[in-house]
Design a protein around this ligand. Sequence first.
Ligand SMILES: *Cc1c(COP(=O)(O)O)cnc(C)c1O
Length: 396
Amino acid sequence: MSEHLAIDGGAPVRGSLLPYARQSIDTNDIAAVVSVLEGDWLTTGPTVATYENAVADYVGAAYAIALSSATAGLHAAVYALGIGPGDDVIVPAMTFAASANCILYCGGTPVFADIDPRTCLVDSEDIESKISERTKALVTVDFTGQPPDMDAIRSIAQRRNVKVIADAAHSLGAQYRGRPVGSLADATVFSTHPVKPITTGEGGIVVTDNELVARKVRTFRNHGIASDARKRAQEGEWRYDMEFLGYNYRCSDILCALGVSQLKKLPSFLARRREIAAEYDKAFSAIDELEIPARSSDVESAWHLYVLRLHLPMLTVDRGQVFRALRAEGIGVNVHYIPVYWHSYYQSLGYKKGLCPVAEREYERMITLPLWPGMTSRDIADVVSAVCKVINAYRK
Ligand SMILES: *Cc1c(COP(=O)(O)O)cnc(C)c1O
């Protein structure tokens, strides 16, 4: 007999919900923020450049530009690469909506590519088959923290003369064939939302080796005005010129101070994430109803997400029921992602279900387990015992 599930009135594994992700903030982070609050520059001050230089050094890129979010960074990158009305941009269906929305912001058309069923990363053959005369760029997504086959994708891009924007919201600190994410695309965008590898509360950062792209992103962030207010004040200059229609997408010194402090801890965050993923692998690899995340020998993942896949024919219930049962046990599971074009807005634009059958099929059996650096061994044990309890109860 299986244990009585909490969803059926039994005792839950945990009394309080374990979140699927959470920031790790310590006293050094707090002191860094306080010191900016006590200083002269809350925004457009010197800490922005300190943070940008630290990130550029870390990922081996020539330029880094901090913005108010990765969404703003994606918008800026798409703009800087010259995408506009009439241009197609290929983007995987298995991602967060922001990866595709940035194309729409600039008047371009997202063309969805399907995923490889083993890795759930974008399928480079499907990219190639969807490139046409209208294609100007590709957005790649480092889903769960793993870059896709960037050498193959870049060689397609070079041959077909299209640009590559890497949505690396999940993958600050990841590596591909020994090279850091941030050095693999024309522009790479990281997120520092609290669930992501490091946090600034809200924030994004664009890195590139292309000076012109860097300049455009920097100007785009500041209304389309190239000079900043602090420089003008220092130089006793009042004139400025707005070159194109930009936005206020700046990141404040308060947030950048947090970023500098968080970046120092990224190696330890990554190590802890890797450790937790290894514990999950060990616990779940022997359970026939579960498929653990595929690993590629080319990739050192940042382990933003741990996505289990269910072998649904071996279970009496669907993913929705497993999800609800785990929530009832106190485990804050999540699902990443609903295929982007299934959202009603994309449906209203005319995208039809069935476009990317692999992404649609895999989505139905995915479930994201809690994974964040501050998880205790007790938290990990609770996740393992809740997953085993629920799978035992719903095994055919
Ligand atoms: C989180 C996320 C974003 C957006 O990041 P924000 O910093 O919240 O704007 C974009 N793409 C992917 C894949 C993400 O997971």
